[in-house]
Each structure stands twice: as structure tokens, then as C-alpha cells.
Ligand binder design. Structure first.
Ligand code: ZN
Length: 189
């Protein structure tokens, strides 16, 4: 997981048929965003009624896996002065057990056994989580993924361990900056 996307759409009823944006993000049909004429995928933007979460749905009949990502609009710029690394630490912790799936390895084990993988990164103003998995197992993966954002456990043992993990990642990144400065190359961990 690293410490380090954006979406945009607007209504334009005068645009060509390739670019037209129709609908309302809050309605069941959602928005159809602008896309390239070469892009064969189908897009729809909807807003979930219960929590107002905005979702971009992408349909690609040729892809061999399903995938999802969640972008949280908080990154390390939001870290309190007294707790640098907090956003990155929280990124680590969400993977490590939830009320519904308390086993720390539940999420990764499910993805690994169904041809998938996951990762996440913390940037300056956002934190992003993502995974892919074979098509029949998207629903099961989404259910595990969604628990991250509603009921993470934050167990004491994982808290201690991940504080050290984030500290070590930061130390390696600082070392990497040294190598880039003096030798113009570095392979980050
Ligand atoms: Zn990390």
C-alpha cells in the first residue's frame, strides 16, 4: 500500500450524440457522462439514495474481471500536526477485519481464491481503495469491501502492528528520496 483520480461530468444538451450528457445523478437512470468516441464502454453516474454516495458504473463486455474502487476525499494533508501519517494508518487499518468479517485475512483470502487482488494508496487529498475479481464473485467482494467504510474493527493488535508498518514505509520512502537525489533512481518497496 502506498502513500503518495478524479471524475467529472456536466450537462450539455448542445453536444454531439457522442458527448451528450442525459439524466439526473439523483434519479434511477443517473447521468451518462461525456466520453471519447473511441471508448466502447458504457458509463452511468448515479447517487445512492440512502447515503448520497456518487457512483460511476462502467460496463465493458470484453474485460475478463470485475473491479471496484472507492475514493475517500481525505488524504495526508488532513493529518493533524500531532499525528502525521494518520490518513495512511487508517488506510491500512480498514483492511484488517470488520464486524461482519472479523478475520483479518477474510478480504484478501476471498479475492485470492477468486482470481483477484487489491491495494490502496493515500495521496495528498484523497485515499483510494480498489480491487478486481472474477465476475461471479463481484457481489461477495463488494460486500466485504463495503464493510471497510461502515464497521472496521480497529483491533489493538492490528493498531500496534500497522503503526509500525506505516512508520517503516515512511522511513523507506525517505531513504528512497535520498537515492533519487544522489543517484537518480530508486525502486520503492
Ligand atoms: Zn502503506
Amino acid at each position: 500500500m502506498s502513500s503518495g483520480g478524479s471524475k467529472d461530468s456536466k450537462t450539455d444538451s448542445t453536444a454531439s450524440s457522442q458527448q451528450v450528457v442525459v439524466g439526473d445523478v439523483t434519479k434511477p437512470g443517473g447521468l451518462t457522462p461525456i466520453k471519447s468516441a473511441q471508448d466502447k464502454r458504457s458509463y452511468r453516474v448515479v447517487e445512492l439514495p440512502t447515503n448520497k454516495l456518487q457512483v460511476v458504473l462502467i460496463h465493458d463486455p470484453e474485460t475478463d474481471k470485475a473491479a471496484a474502487a472507492m475514493d475517500v476525499n481525505v488524504g495526508h494533508f488532513s493529518d493533524p500536526d500531532m499525528t502525521p501519517g494518520l490518513a495512511h494508518f487508517l488506510e491500512h487499518m480498514l483492511f484488517l477485519g470488520t464486524t461482519k468479517y472479523p478475520d483479518e485475512n477474510s478480504y484478501s483470502a476471498y479475492l485470492n481464491s477468486h482470481g483477484g487482488h487489491s491495494n490502496a494508496y493515500t495521496s495528498m487529498e484523497n485515499t483510494n481503495y480498489y480491487f478486481d475479481v472474477t465476475h461471479p464473485h463481484l457481489e461477495g467482494a463488494l460486500d466485504r469491501f463495503a464493510q471497510f467504510f461502515t464497521s472496521p474493527l480497529f483491533t489493538p493488535s492490528a493498531t500496534d502492528r500497522e503503526m509500525n508498518a506505516v512508520h517503516n514505509e515512511n522511513a523507506k520512502n525517505l531513504q528512497c528520496m535520498y537515492f533519487i537525489y544522489f543517484f537518480w533512481s530508486c525502486v520503492p518497496s
